[in-house]
Design a protein around this ligand. Structure first.
Ligand SMILES: NC(=O)C1=CN([C@@H]2O[C@H](COP(=O)(O)OP(=O)(O)OC[C@H]3O[C@@H](n4cnc5c(N)ncnc54)[C@H](O)[C@@H]3O)[C@@H](O)[C@H]2O)C=CC1
Ligand SMILES: O=C([O-])CC(=O)C(=O)O
Length: 329
């Protein structure tokens, strides 16, 4: 099988260090798909990046056809089939996500042009770096030849966190917890929705039997999990972010399960479920033949609608702020 080329930006950082070996082991594109890794970071991280390259060679991964380190975005983007955009400035303890906005949107504008010039047609883009939805939007807007549906952001980590919480609470393994939804922004306004979720085939609300928890602590725990990890580790989530990024691309490329169960992805909004158009909003999606589609027809109660609206409004505000930052730059 011909290798696929995967770009990882910010590859010398902590998510980079976690995700490159996962990709090289087949966690992203499957156990039979050889990969060429293109790792990009900035000049000051060049030596550390070279260290990661050396370790990847030393690990002798059977699926790793080649691994190259770059500090030039245009070279790194050449011939790329999948782009995992992790590079940027992470949030530190005490910082709100908006604080990292101005530093990051400028990077995403520049890298959009590099991707547009160099990437293979059909390249699938996943933005991980925060503010993930808005960085993805800026990338999409500045790479007009890349189809809008090929630019996505990571909310699968939030989705997986929701599965994890329900699994712990019910004592049922996470593989039997299905169809949670993350709506909206990858931020503390996201809405983790359990109204369609099942645990071992039964409605999650019935199995958990505690609506006060599901409408309260469950939601805030998932919304605040990133901050809780930063508090505990002094660093943001890295292995869970890396693993969820692999899940996101794997399901997009290879398809979601045949039972119709869905995952959450940040995608360019078409206005489904009254989400604002023109932002990258997290929806429930199924994937087939390399394409995602938003799950339609789910019933939404008034309480959910209000939460979905609030997170959508935040995305519209973030978009305006990002455009202001770019205009000032
Ligand atoms: N969407 C999600 O679920 C999650 C997103 N994140 C975000 O992912 C990003 C990366 O997190 P970490 O790996 O922990 O950060 P890190 O600071 O360890 O790594 C970031 C890397 O990006 C590099 N970088 C900076 N500017 C760059 C540029 N212009 N081009 C290429 N590389 C560049 C840095 O040199 C550094 O090596 C952060 O923005 C973080 O907030 C983190 C966890 C979950
Ligand atoms: O909260 C942060 O800054 C890191 C992040 O995105 C997450 O862990 O979900």
């Amino acid at each position: 099988m011909a290798p696929k080329t995967v770009l990882v930006t910010g590859a010398a950082g902590q998510i980079g260090y976690a995700i490159c070996p996962m990709i090289a082991r087949g966690a992203m594109l499957g156990p039979d798909q050889p990969v060429v890794l293109h790792m990009l970071d900035i000049e000051p991280a060049k030596q550390a990046l070279e260290g990661v390259r050396m370790e990847l060679i030393d690990a002798a991964y059977p699926l790793l056809a080649d691994v190259k380190a770059f500090t030039d975005a245009e070279q790194a983007c050449k011939g790329v089939d999948v782009a995992v955009m992790v590079g940027g400035f992470p949030r530190k303890a005490g910082m709100e996500r908006k604080d990292v906005m101005s530093k990051n949107v400028a990077i995403y504008k520049a890298q959009a042009s590099a991707l547009e010039k160099g990437a293979n047609p059909g390249c699938k883009v996943l933005v991980v770096a925060n503010p993930a939805n808005t960085n993805a939007l800026i990338l999409k807007e500045n790479a007009p030849s890349i189809p809008a549906e090929n630019v996505t952001c990571l909310t699968r980590l939030d989705h997986n966190r929701a599965l994890g919480q329900l699994s712990e609470r019910s004592g049922v393994h996470n593989t039997k917890v299905k169809n949670v939804i993350i709506w909206g922004n990858h931020s503390s306004t996201q809405y983790p929705d359990v109204n369609h979720a099942t645990i071992d085939g039964k409605p999650a609300r019935e199995v958990i039997g505690d609506d006060a928890y599901l409408d309260g602590d469950f939601i805030t725990t998932v919304q605040q999990r990133g901050a809780a990890i930063i508090k505990a580790r002094g660093l943001s989530s890295a292995l869970s972010a890396a693993s969820s990024a692999c899940d996101h691309i794997r399901d997009w490329v290879l398809g979601t399960p045949a039972d119709g169960s869905w995952v959450s992805m940040g995608v360019y909004s078409d206005g489904s479920y009254d989400a604002p158009k023109g932002v990258i909003y997290s929806f429930p999606v199924t994937c087939k033949d390399g394409k995602w589609s938003i799950v339609q027809g789910l019933s939404i109660d008034a309480n959910s609608a209000a939460k979905m609206k609030a997170t959508g409004e935040e995305l519209v505000e973030e978009k305006a702020l990002a455009l202001e930052c770019l205009a000032d730059a």
